[in-house]
Design a protein around this ligand. Structure first.
Ligand code: SAM
Length: 260
């Protein structure tokens, strides 16, 4: 009985500590990506909200605060009809919606995405928000893959602005074209997908990825946000699903490639 209680206690303590440390990490990344002033006003807004007082600041989301801090423009959804996509791409594409920068940075840190030099690739990078967040980590290089001319132009402009603020950040490039044709580099990889396309394109890309990893064995981490088509990865035993804290597990699926 005492033994069971001590095990239970230990696991509860561990949950408390990891929740606490995730809260601290959120605060740390909020200060880094939103700035001190906006972080404090956001916290004040949260407190007011708890008492039922909505404020303009509390309504502004993390993406807008990130844009303000780094003088970039990544906020605002864009539907596929407004983008100049070819019919073969539009048929399978999902509209542009940006990821949440704080959530992403905390997750990257939790996953220890850069234990060694790796190339980061965002499939369907839109206005480039995720590539910009990735520059905060010591990747070998960062690539955004995007089909839409207009979104590529905005992503390039955003990358140029961020790099002018921080010239020593990792090299970032935007590759324009259909993600199905992107030639994967022979380096260890971290791949990010924010539900950019339907199951047809996802199946094709995961099959090409697996072929490339068999041909040139290397580490590969796949981060899939809003993993609508996760079945494709779950059914391939070479991709091992990682256990995530509950903060992330309902929005993300993460896989490590098992090179045998
Ligand atoms: C949900 S948004 C994700 C944006 C970004 N990754 C983020 O998390 O902030 C999906 C993006 O995928 C792009 N996309 C869809 N199909 C594509 C394809 N076949 N090749 C390249 N980009 C594509 C869309 O234009 C859109 O910008």
């Amino acid at each position: 009985m005492v033994f069971i209680r001590s095990i239970l206690f230990k696991s509860l303590e561990h949950t408390k500590i990891s929740k606490m440390s995730l809260t601290w990490r959120r605060l740390h990344w909020s200060i880094r990506l939103h700035g001190m002033r906006l972080t404090v006003s956001k916290m004040a807004a949260r407190i007011l909200e708890r008492f039922g007082v909505p404020t303009a600041e509390s309504l502004a989301d993390s993406v807008m605060l990130f844009d303000r801090r780094f003088h970039v423009s990544t906020a605002g959804d864009v539907d596929t009809q407004s983008l100049n996509l070819s019919p073969q791409v539009r048929e399978h594409a999902v509209e542009y919606t940006p990821s949440c920068p704080i959530e992403l940075a905390v997750l990257f840190e939790h996953l220890n995405v850069t234990p060694s030099k790796r190339v980061f690739i965002d499939f369907g990078c839109g206005k480039g928000l995720v590539t910009l967040v990735a520059t905060q980590f010591p990747f070998l290089s960062v690539v955004g893959v995007e089909y839409s001319d207009e979104l590529c132009r905005l992503a390039q402009e955003n990358v140029r602005k961020l790099r002018s603020l921080n010239p020593s950040s990792p090299d970032v490039s935007i590759w324009k074209g259909d993600a199905r044709e992107y030639p994967l580099p022979d380096f260890p990889l971290v791949l990010y997908f924010y539900n950019p396309f339907d199951g047809v394109v996802m199946t094709e890309i995961i099959a090409r990825l697996a072929d490339s990893l068999v041909k040139v064995p290397r580490d590969c981490l796949v981060i899939y946000r809003n993993p609508v088509h996760r079945r494709i990865l779950d059914e391939d035993v070479r991709f091992r699903s990682r256990q995530l804290p509950s903060l992330f597990s309902n929005r993300f699926a993460v896989y490590d490639w098992q090179s045998s």
